[in-house]
Design a protein around this ligand. Structure first.
Ligand code: SF4
Length: 452
């Protein structure tokens, strides 16, 4: 998911709309934008699909105000439908507010049980609603105190943006698993999942929200509150490897620069005898460039991506994913025919895409296909909101390297080590790599899910 908010900016909804387009890669199932106007009245428009499909008929004109929050929603089979598209809106006698979230609360079942036993009735399956109820369970004190208390009851990888008629609160989990950053715009502020949204909005990057930090943006300016004394910095490695846009800087590290460095390290760790290096578009191109530079093997465009087809990884069901692969890539026959190819990809999740690409290159005349992956073998489920599948679906959960190579039909297969995955990152000394190593930054609460 992607979240974006502005404080104190004219045409706030239009600015957020354009910014959200640069976050569309973070979610394609739905999206929405909400504002408070100068009289404190709330406005919202949400829909399913891409932003260009949702906002088609002047809806932005119905969203006045200088405070705005928006989101794009990632396909998530367990929490689908329009009701679960952020921003959510809440009426309360202490003041109305809206909220949007990225990520996942791993103790959501326990928190929901706690709230339900105290009379809460949920209307959605979102973690925005969970946080909203937690905040209001402690109503009567300062709002920031309520938010601090509520966040301390939550564990996971998340970023929340809360909008009241007068301010924005930007909250990042205490492990810093999910990205969240702040920019300045026309004397106001912007909060975004990724800094790539800033350029199109005319905003300037200010800084990242720190792990465990709540940033308050209002007429006083910017104020910082740490909601927990425990904070670590374990930014999601998959954001750098696959998920984020290459023009984003996260925690002081540019995503393209990370990928290129990981490609260089991959070339050193997993060399191959080949004629050309080919990257799988789009997220693997930077790593392929790094591999080519380090190995001295020329980089070539052996695959072309068809535009306007959604990412296969994000499609919610397997049948759609398989159709998506065929629709989105073509081999460049005159480039690959008769060649020994190093095929660089960012990661392998289920292996279905890799199998099809290797087959596609062979059918186009490639002599050999040596697959090199710019991340370690993915063996474990992500519990922090990235759909990396369950172990029984993952190619490498129960297979050796040789068996995985056989499944995808490659001549050889090599993966980047967890050490190089960590060391390619300049801004975060110890990123989360739990889907590769099984070492989760938080408790998972899997065995504690109880029902009344
Ligand atoms: S488990 Fe993997 S995908 Fe999930 S937050 Fe950690 S590195 Fe990212």
């Amino acid at each position: 998911m992607g979240v974006l908010a502005v404080y104190g900016v004219s045409d706030a909804a239009a600015r957020v709309y354009y910014g959200l387009h640069n976050l569309q890669h973070r979610g394609q199932e739905g999206g929405g934008i909400a504002t408070f106007d100068d009289s404190g009245k709330y406005h919202r428009y949400r829909g399913l699909g891409l932003l260009s499909e949702i906002f088609t008929n002047g809806e932005l004109d119905q969203l006045p105000g200088r405070l705005c929050v928006g989101s794009v929603k990632y396909a998530n089979a367990s929490r689908g439908g329009l009701d679960n598209v952020d921003p959510l809106f809440f009426h309360h006698r202490s003041g109305d507010f809206a909220m949007a979230a990225d990520g996942n609360v791993v103790n959501a079942a326990q928190v929901a049980e706690y709230l339900e036993k105290r009379g809460t009735i949920f209307q959605t399956g979102t973690h925005s609603e969970l946080l909203a109820h937690l905040i209001k369970k402690t109503a009567g004190e300062d709002r920031i105190v309520n938010i601090v208390k509520a966040l301390n009851m939550m564990e996971g990888g998340f970023a929340f943006v809360i909008m009241t008629p007068h301010r924005i609160y930007a909250c990042r989990d205490k492990h810093g698993i999910k990205p969240l950053c702040i920019g300045t715009l026309d004397g106001g502020y912007v909060v975004s999942s990724e800094s790539c949204a800033f350029e199109i909005m005319g905003a300037r990057f200010l800084r990242d929200v720190k792990p465990g930090e709540i940033v308050t943006l209002d007429h006083h300016g910017l104020r910082s509150t740490l909601y927990s004394r425990f904070s670590r910095h374990q930014m999601c490695a998959m954001e750098f490897i696959y998920f984020a846009r290459p023009d984003s800087d996260i925690d002081g590290c540019n995503v393209h620069a990370y990928r290129k460095e990981s490609g260089r390290r991959l070339a050193r760790e997993c060399p191959a005898q080949a004629d050309i290096v080919v990257g799988v578009p789009e997220s693997s191109l930077s790593a392929a460039q790094g591999y080519a530079e380090e190995s001295g093997i020329p980089y070539e465009m052996g695959l072309v991506k068809h535009k306007y087809v959604g990412r296969t990884f994000i499609q919610p069901v397997q049948s759609m994913r398989e159709l998506g692969v065929k629709m989105k890539l073509s081999p460049v026959r005159t480039i690959v025919a008769g060649k020994r190819i190093v095929l660089v990809d960012d990661s392998i999740v289920r292996g279905t895409t890799s199998l099809k690409i290797v087959k596609m290159l062979r059918e186009a005349g490639a002599k050999e296909v040596h697959v090199r992956i710019a991340s370690p073998m993915m063996r474990y489920t992500c519990h922090y909101g990235v759909d990396t599948s369950t172990p029984d679906q993952l190619l490498c959960s129960y297979r050796t390297l040789e068996q995985a190579c056989e499944v995808i039909g490659a001549d050889s297969l090599g993966y980047l080590s967890p050490e190089s995955t960590r060391d390619s990152c300049f801004g975060c000394a110890n990123p989360c790599q739990a889907c590769f190593t099984g070492e989760y930054p938080t408790l998972l609460y899997e065995d504690n899910n109880t029902e009344d």
